[in-house]
Design a protein around this ligand. Structure first.
Ligand code: IMP
Length: 179
C-alpha cells in the first residue's frame, strides 16, 4: 500500500502488528532489567511520542516519564549537523537509571549529543531504546545503544511518530520513501 505525504510517495515497510510484537519483546526485557530501580523513561520529542506511549505500557514496573525536545532535521530528508535544544529536561536524573527512548537513530549525531549531555548529569546508568536504527548511516560508536526495535536500510521513513515536513506522524504503520 502506498501513501502520499506532502510531495513524496511512500510504501509500507513495517506493519503496526510487527511493531506491536517487537515492542512487547522489548518491554519484557526492560521489565526484567528495571524491576526495582524506578527508572526514568526519557523520550526525545517529537518523533518518540507514539513509540513511548506503546513501550511504557509493556513495562509494568514503577517508573517515571519525562521528555526532552531536540531537532536535527528541519522537516526535510537530510539531517543537519546543528542540534537545537527546544525543551530542556525538567527532572533530576542524578543517581537514576535512565532509558532514553528514540524513534530512530540515523547518523547518531543527536544521540551522541544527548548521551554526553545526560552523562554530565551523573545518572546511575543510561541505556538507549530506539525503535529504528540505520546501521549504514551511523557515524558514532554509542555503547549505550542496547535495545533496538528494527535495523533498517538507509532509507527515509515516515509514520508511527516519524515525519516528513512535520506530516505523516499519525500513520499507524511505518513507510519508506519510494525512489
Ligand atoms: P540523527 O541525529 O542523524 O541520528 O537523526 C536523529 C533524528 O533525525 C531522529 O530522531 C529523527 O527525528 C530524524 N530522522 C532520522 N532519520 C529519519 C527518517 O528516516 N525519517 C524521519 N525522521 C528521521
Amino acid at each position: 500500500m502506498k501513501v502520499k505525504v506532502d510531495d513524496l510517495e511512500f510504501e509500507k515497510m513495517i506493519s503496526f502488528e510487527a511493531i506491536e510484537k517487537r515492542t512487547a519483546e522489548l518491554g519484557a526485557i526492560l521489565t526484567e532489567q528495571y524491576q526495582d530501580s524506578l527508572p526514568v523513561f526519557l523520550g526525545v520529542l517529537n518523533g518518540c511520542f507514539v513509540f513511548m506511549a506503546d513501550l511504557v505500557k509493556q513495562v509494568p514496573v514503577p517508573c517515571q516519564i519525562a521528555f526532552m525536545k531536540l531537532s536535527s532535521y528541519r522537516g526535510g530528508l537530510e539531517s543537519t549537523r546543528e542540534i537545537i535544544e527546544e525543551l530542556d529536561l525538567k527532572i533530576d536524573i542524578a543517581g537514576r537509571d535512565v532509558i532514553l527512548v528514540e524513534d530512530i537513530v540515523d547518523t547518531g549525531n543527536t544521540l551522541r549529543y544527548l548521551v554526553d549531555k545526560l552523562r554530565a548529569l551523573k545518572p546511575k546508568s543510561i541505556k538507549v531504546c530506539a525503535l529504528l536504527y540505520k546501521p549504514d548511516a551511523m557515524e558514532h560508536e554509542i555503547p549505550e545503544m542496547q535495545y533496538i526495535g528494527f535495523e533498517i536500510e538507509n532509507k527515509f521513513v515516515v509514520g508511527y511518530g516519524l515525519d516528513y515536513k512535520e506530516q505523516g506522524r499519525n500513520l499507524k504503520d511505518i513507510y519508506q520513501l519510494v525512489k
